[in-house]
Structures are given as structure tokens and as C-alpha cells.
Design a protein around this ligand. Sequence first.
Ligand SMILES: [Cu+2]
Length: 196
Amino acid sequence: MRTRTILTAMAVPAVSVPLILAGTASGHGWVTSPPSRAAYCANGTVTNCGEIQWEPQSVEGPKGFPTRGPADGTLCAGGNSRFAELDDPRGGAWPTSQLASGASKTFTWKLTARHATTSFRYFITKASWSPSQKITRAQLESTPFLTVPYNGVQPGSVVSHTGTVPGGRSGRAVVLAVWDIADTGNAFYQCTDVTF
Ligand SMILES: [Cu+2]
């Protein structure tokens, strides 16, 4: 009995360790096409990016956007101060990808950890947003233009989602892509600059 008790006690920390590490793992996916701000930093197109250039997959923050989630003005960095460069509008100088207003568009993620997924959602700034402003909830359309439910399924290592982008738009906008994880309290956030 005594031996058994000791073994049981020892087993507890061995089980706990992976759970603790899971919370701090260095993460797990980014939008490669059309390239997100993190993607442009990682491939060297944009410089002076800080730490994100080494780990574009790590823009992880609390899930529950827009009710919860990262604070306004920190959405592109997922609320991580060490990735604050992603929230800097750079005076509207982030490279953009072309979007045809009202047409279909495919968004692709590379996932370095294939977390069980609730959904991928794509929000876009309102027409009134100015490229010199940080992204806030008030500057985003309240409803995503594309939602792809996964119902807890584990995605592949490359995922693509196609949807129709808003019509009647011109000029610059930012797409905020949100990857909602099913089995943690977190989500991944990606900002992609586009021009209609
Ligand atoms: Cu992860």
C-alpha cells in the first residue's frame, strides 16, 4: 500500500507538466495569403518589426472576440505587448494586397500547431476607418464577412477559406482574422492590410 501511494503521488506532477507547458507554448499559426502584417515581418518585406519576425505564428491572445479578447488598439498583436509593432499603423505604410469589392477571396493560414478549432472568422474595418488609426472594435464591422465553423475538429497544417468580401468598398482596409481554439482559452489574431 505504501509503495502504491508513493507512485500515485509521483504520477501527479508528471501529468501536470504538459498542461502547464501547453499554456506557454510558442505557437501556432499565421495568415500567409494574402500576407498578414506578421507574414510581412517574417519574410523581411517589412523591417523594424521586433520579435514577431522570428515567430509570426505566436499572435495568441484571449478568445471571445469581440465581447472579450484583446483590448482595442492591441487587436493585431493579440494583446501581446511584445508584438506591439503589429498594432502600429505606420502612417498607412503597411503593404497591401488587392481585393475586388464584392468578389470571392481565399485566405490561407499555415498552422505550426494544429489545435482543435471552434472556428475561423474574418472581420473587416468599416469604410470610415483611416489607415493611420490602430484597429479597434468600433472601427470593425460587427459581423464577420466570413465564418468557417470547425466544431472542435483539428485542421490540417495549411488551411484555406474562401468567402465573399464586402461590396461597395474602395480604398484601404484591414482584415482581422481570428482563429478560435476549441480546447484552450485562447485565439490567434492576424491583421492583413488590403486595398479595394
Ligand atoms: Cu498553439
